[in-house]
Write a protein of this length. Structure first.
Length: 364
């Protein structure tokens, strides 16, 4: 019996590209020292503001006849004191403008449901949490931490409903969010397709270059679309590349499954965060050596192996949750940067709650 699932709780404060592993509870406190390492929502000044008593003594008043060093021609001109406008707290409506800039709703698949779910546009947003799933545990944790906006990858209400009564877990989540003043926004297939989205992050982590979409977006840029395919800088054997994939993933019970010859050579790689068995035709057309995705079902995987040419593409099946969690720190950094450029100061973190549905696995 093996169990590879960890159950960390809390929020990791984001200030730069983070580890691929969800943070532990003791490092994920939203009340982290705002001046300490990893603090979010603090502006980075290009020139430190001189404190009291640090004024430079004029050369004429120096005791020694030494020549004062001249200004560095490469150094930026210091900004006059008070020249930079203070950062403000945005409203939900202003955050939604930034979200649309990063992950346009027009990139979402026709069947998908993205954008705001609950929340008043005029409400101020001081704290934002990113998560994969809007489970009750994630919602309750966000509320307990004073979160004003929860942004999840998966929709809470993907299918039409005729009731949000608190007698069910989805209705309970809606009530908890509204009663606590926490907004909810979904960035799903629009975040899959966008530049810097889920599959772009996977491609970067796996070291791919010359990437392009597996299924280009109908209404987007040439670089936008579902999935990515790219090249490894140097060929690897399948077991070596699979180990790289495994090492990059957050720890979950299911681990990583591989189909193909262990010593087979891999150079061209296709990836799709989340469930990607609908893209097998595009993968074959790309002539990828291996395809990394999640939720590979028996029949599509079996048929893909039967239709393989010289055994390729090999298949690497990962956790749906794990493949998409890797995008969250990058998404948090991107939103923080856009809001900062718009003059806003927001504390942004990533939920470390493991919402993979499996708890342990039995193996031979």
């Amino acid at each position: 019996m093996q169990s590879n699932k960890q159950q960390p709780h809390g929020m990791r404060i984001v200030s730069g590209p983070g580890s691929a592993q969800p943070a532990s509870a003791d490092t994920a406190n939203m009340a982290a020292d705002p001046e300490g390492p990893g603090a979010a929502g603090t502006a980075t000044a290009t020139e430190p503001n001189p404190g009291p008593g640090t004024a430079e003594v004029p050369v004429a008043q120096q005791e020694h006849d030494t020549e004062a060093p001249g200004p560095d021609p490469e150094a930026p001109d210091p900004a006059p004191a008070g020249d930079e406008a203070p950062l403000s707290t945005p409203t939900l409506g202003q955050v939604l403008v930034a979200v649309e800039e990063l992950w346009p709703a027009s990139l979402a698949e026709p069947w998908d449901s993205v954008g705001p779910v609950v929340g008043r546009p005029e409400r101020p947003v001081k704290r934002i949490m990113f998560a994969v799933d809007p489970t009750l545990e994630v919602v309750a944790d966000a509320v307990a931490r004073g979160t004003d906006l929860l942004i999840t990858h998966h929709p809470l209400l993907l299918k039409p409903v005729n009731s949000v009564a608190a007698t069910g877990f989805k209705g309970e989540a809606v009530h908890l969010l509204i009663e606590s003043g926490c907004a909810l926004v979904t960035a799903h297939t629009n975040a899959d397709s966008a530049i810097g989205g889920v599959s772009d992050v996977l491609a970067d982590i796996f070291g791919l270059t010359e990437t392009q979409p597996l299924a280009p977006s109908r209404d987007g840029l040439p670089e936008e679309g579902i999935g990515r395919v790219g090249m490894l800088p140097e060929p690897l054997q399948l077991h070596e590349f699979a180990s790289r994939v495994f090492s990059a993933m957050p720890a979950v019970a299911g681990g990583v499954r591989v189909a193909g010859e262990r010593a087979g050579i891999v150079r061209k790689v296709a990836v799709c965060g989340g469930a990607g068995d609908s893209l097998f035709d595009a993968v074959r057309a790309s002539e990828a050596d291996v395809y990394v995705t999640a939720d590979l079902r028996h029949h599509p995987a079996s048929e893909a192996r039967e239709a393989a040419l010289n055994g390729k593409p090999y298949l690497i099946d990962v956790s749906h949750f794990a493949s998409e969690w890797l995008w969250l720190p990058t998404a948090a950094d991107a939103l923080k940067n856009v809001l900062h450029d718009l003059g806003h100061d927001v504390e942004i973190g990533v939920s470390a709650i493991n919402t993979d549905p499996w708890d342990f696995i039995l193996t031979p």
